[in-house]
Design a protein around this ligand. Sequence first.
Ligand code: SF4
Ligand code: SF4
Length: 179
Amino acid sequence: MVDWERIYKLLDDITPLAVDCGRLCGAACCTEWEQGAGVYLLPGEEGMFSGLEEWLAREERSIGEYGFRPGSKSRSYIIRCNGTCPRERRPFACRTFPVTPYLSPEGKFELRLDEAAVLLCPLVKAGDIKILEKRFLMRTRLAWEELLREPQIRKIIEWKSRQIDIMERDPWRKLLELS
Ligand code: SF4
Ligand code: SF4
């Protein structure tokens, strides 16, 4: 069982860069979500929100609707914020953006830049995870190592990693890299 309070605490005071990267982009990740998008919560994380917070709307969704484990009957949650939140209550995905976990087919874990956010985030566009703060990467890794012990979360990340593999083999992507 994940100790979500502990995970949140681990990531309380970290930021991707030593300076406020929101100045690079006008805090795009808090203000430029596509209409209808929201912040995914991992299984069990919904317990960190009462649903009564004024700054968010919590919605229950079928996991399949959001691309996680198609066909799963499990339910999952997203939250929609209005672009501001009490920093100490921000969800896990916001604490660790713009990195995402990746599990190789052999089960080797690594952190990668979240390429799905390449049009949104200048740090992803820069294409080098090493520009991010060591402390941010270290804490994010620690958090994911703990989360991946939870079978339901691990399955989601395995599935997402295979989607990343498919995306990387996409011939259009190769053309874009050459251009
Ligand atoms: S979009 Fe990227 S650079 Fe901008 S605030 Fe978010 S993490 Fe920082
Ligand atoms: S919950 Fe907070 S950190 Fe996350 S997108 Fe909304 S305002 Fe930004």
